[in-house]
Design a protein around this ligand. Structure first.
Ligand SMILES: [Zn+2]
Length: 255
C-alpha cells in the first residue's frame, strides 16, 4: 500500500524544546501519520518547521522522543527555507498589524529619506516607508519593533487601569519563544510579535501577564482570575501555541 498523507492545516503546528549544540531551541513541528509506513522519518516543511512522518499507530511519545534526539540534524537543516520566516514576506501576504484593540491595514512603500511609519489611529491604517536600496527585512523589523513598543505599552497600561492594577515597568522585547513574562518586581516583558496577534488574542496575553501581578503562578486561582478578566480564556489560551509556531520564527535576522 502506498503511504498516504493525512492533510493537516498550517495552524496545527506545535512547538517543542530540542537540545542542540547551542543549547535548547524551540522547534515548530507537525506530525503526519501514514498508513503503510514502518519507520519514523524527519524532514523540513515549507514553514521552516520539522515534519515528523510516522507510522499510523505510532505512539506520539515515541515520535516526540525521536524528534528530540535529532538536535544536530535539526540545527543543520531547519534554516534551509530562510525566506519562509521573512517578516517582510509575511507582511506582504498578511498586510495587517494589531494595536490598541484595533485591526490596522498596513501598506509598505519606499522612501528616499530615513525609514519611518505613520500610524493613523482614526483611519485604522499604518503606512511603512522603507528605503529602496536598503535591506527590507532589517528595516521592516526595526519599524515593527518601534510600533510595537508604542502600542503594546499603551495597551498594557489601558488594561491595567481597567482592572485597577498597578504595573511596574513594561518592556517590549524580542523573546524567542514566549509571548510575555512578569517579574516579581512587577515588570511586564512582552514580545513585539504581539502586534501580529488579532486584538482579542493580544489582549489575552497582556491580561495573562497582568494576572501574574496578583497570582505569581499558574494555580487554579490564577486561571480563575484570568477568566474573570477574559471570559474566553480557555479558547484563547489554546490558540497561543499554534500562533507561536507561525509567528515566533518571523523577524529573526541571520547573524
Ligand atoms: Zn503565566
Amino acid at each position: 500500500m502506498k503511504p498516504k498523507p493525512v492533510p493537516l492545516k498550517a495552524d496545527r503546528l506545535s512547538l517543542t524544546e530540542v537540545e542542540t549544540s547551542q543549547g535548547k531551541v524551540m522547534v515548530p513541528y507537525e506530525v503526519r501519520r501514514y498508513k503503510g509506513s514502518r519507520h519514523i522519518k524527519l524532514s523540513i516543511g515549507r514553514q521552516n518547521h520539522a515534519v515528523l512522518s510516522v507510522p499510523w499507530r505510532c505512539p506520539i511519545a515515541e515520535a516526540m522522543e525521536f524528534l528530540r534526539s535529532q538536535g544536530s540534524w535539526l540545527e543543520e537543516n531547519l534554516n534551509q527555507h530562510p525566506s519562509r520566516s521573512s517578516l517582510f514576506d509575511y507582511l506582504q501576504d498578511n498586510p495587517r498589524l494589531y494595536g490598541l484593540g484595533h485591526v490596522l491595514r498596513l501598506t509598505i512603500h519606499t522612501t528616499r529619506a530615513r525609514p519611518f511609519y505613520v500610524y493613523d489611529k482614526a483611519a485604522g491604517e499604518i503606512e511603512m516607508r522603507l528605503r529602496a536600496e536598503a535591506n527590507k527585512e532589517t528595516e521592516t523589523l526595526a519599524l515593527c519593533r518601534s510600533f510595537a513598543s508604542e502600542v503594546i505599552e499603551m495597551r498594557t497600561l489601558e488594561l491595567a487601569a481597567q482592572h485597577k492594577l498597578k504595573v511596574g515597568r513594561v518592556t517590549v522585547r524580542d523573546q524567542s519563544s514566549r509571548w510575555g513574562s512578569c517579574s516579581s518586581r512587577r515588570t511586564l516583558s512582552l514580545n513585539w510579535r504581539l502586534i501580529l496577534l488579532r486584538p482579542q488574542l493580544q489582549d489575552h496575553v497582556i491580561l495573562h501577564e497582568l494576572a501574574h501581578l496578583t497570582e505569581m503562578n499558574h494555580s487554579q486561582r490564577f486561571w480563575d482570575l484570568l477568566r474573570s478578566y477574559d471570559p474566553r480564556t480557555d479558547h484563547h489560551n489554546s490558540q497561543l501555541n499554534p500562533a507561536a509556531a507561525r509567528l515566533m520564527p518571523l523577524g529573526r535576522l541571520a547573524e
